[in-house]
Design a protein around this ligand. Structure first.
Ligand SMILES: Nc1ncnc2c1ncn2[C@@H]1O[C@H](COP(=O)(O)OP(=O)(O)OP(=O)(O)O)[C@@H](O)[C@H]1O
Length: 339
């Protein structure tokens, strides 16, 4: 049986038709599959083509070639009305909707059902209220959009897309401009909506940590290379991230999921209490060392608790440390010595 994807592209070319008949190809031969029930994060450096891809998938700009299917049907077969019933689009730009209330903004999501001048029926009002509730913005329903913070406005826009009741939601950088709490809240919300509503959610982001943590699937977009697609873990372990950041002189460390300017070469063994080991590893990476399994012939740190670390040197000496700060100064002292 052929599986129906929320979005499927075959040999898709994206880019721009320039004056004089020339074309600017941003990406070629994209064979992508967006799956219901998952949050897919589209990652790429500036200019990689994330917005171009999202705009092409929304039909806002024509593909240069290839095929786009939404729910198994070619995008070109969709009328504007049918498209609005299938895809909710949330763009980053501040909306022009400052002069209307959050309730009115979210009610715009019902227009594909009621028509622009259509009356909201009881069922529409119920759906608007449920959408406001699900997006965590019901308490601001009567506020003007201009009175909202960036995070609240983002939630209101998500509520509007929810009121549209589409199986697919596309978002352009939904976590841009948000503080760390709102970024996590937004991603948790999108993840819940994907799982509970079996929606296919695709969002572009520069937030590597959050994408690795919360994305069910990542699309790594890079000029001149096929898109690398998969779970964050499979992509990290297959080395896809290392080549992704390679050119920029930035190193991705698969052991920590973090970026750095140079790859740590010397290893220090870490074992013991999970939480302490994690943060000891964090301090080691920051100071240019690679946390590794303990082994003979290198400095090893046993983490008994956050206040009880034991440094075991290759020559058999042992030193007790009470804080990570003490460990960091020990490393500083030993930096010139071969540990
Ligand atoms: N209207 C246009 N005409 C021609 N080229 C364009 C046009 N808009 C964007 N581009 C080019 O297409 C490429 C991809 O741009 P795009 O905005 O899709 O990248 P992006 O990954 O979204 O970048 P960012 O992370 O900076 O938002 C860039 O080289 C850009 O200069």
């Amino acid at each position: 049986m052929t599986r129906i994807f929320a979005i499927e592209t075959k040999g898709l070319g994206i880019g721009y038709q320039l004056k004089g008949g020339k074309r600017k190809v941003v990406h070629d031969d994209l064979n992508l599959q967006l799956v219901p029930g998952e949050v897919t994060c589209l990652l790429g450096l500036n200019g990689a083509g994330k917005s171009t891809l999202l705009r092409t998938l929304c039909g806002f700009q024509p593909p240069l070639g290839g095929e786009i299917r939404l729910m198994g049907k070619p995008l070109s077969d969709y009328s504007q009305a049918n498209f609005s019933l299938t895809v909710g689009v949330v763009l980053t730009e501040k909306t022009n909707a400052g002069g209307i209330t959050v309730y009115e903004l979210v009610s715009l999501g019902r227009h594909p059902y009621t028509g622009f001048f259509g009356q909201l029926k009881k069922r529409d009002r119920e759906i608007i209220e449920q959408s406001l509730e699900a997006a965590g913005i019901a308490h601001k329903a009567n506020n003007y959009v201009s009175e909202l913070s960036d995070g609240e406005r983002q939630k209101a826009m998500i509520a509007k897309a929810l009121a549209q009741q589409c199986p697919i939601i596309l978002l352009d950088e939904p976590t841009a401009f948000l503080d760390v709490t709102s970024r996590i809240e937004t991603m948790v919300l999108l993840h819940r909506l994907a799982v509970d509503g079996q929606k296919a959610i695709l969002l572009s982001t520069h937030d590597l940590d959050l994408a690795i943590q919360m994305g069910d699937c990542l699309w790594l977009q890079e000029k001149g290379r096929p898109m690398a697609c998969g779970t964050p873990e499979d992509l990290i372990m297959s080395g896809a991230f290392e080549s992704f950041f390679d050119k920029e002189g930035i190193v991705f460390d698969p052991a920590t999921g973090k970026l750095n300017t140079e790859a740590p070469t010397s290893a220090i063994g870490v074992e013991g209490d999970f939480l302490t080991s994690y943060w000891v590893g964090n301090a080691l990476v920051r100071n240019g060392y690679r946390p590794s399994p303990v082994k003979e012939g290198q400095l090893n740190i046993t983490c008994k608790s956050p206040h009880e670390l034991v440094a075991a040197f290759p020559d058999g000496r042992r030193e007790k440390l009470r804080t990570v700060a003490e460990l960091v100064s020990l490393i500083g002292v030993l930096r010139c010595v071969d540990i």
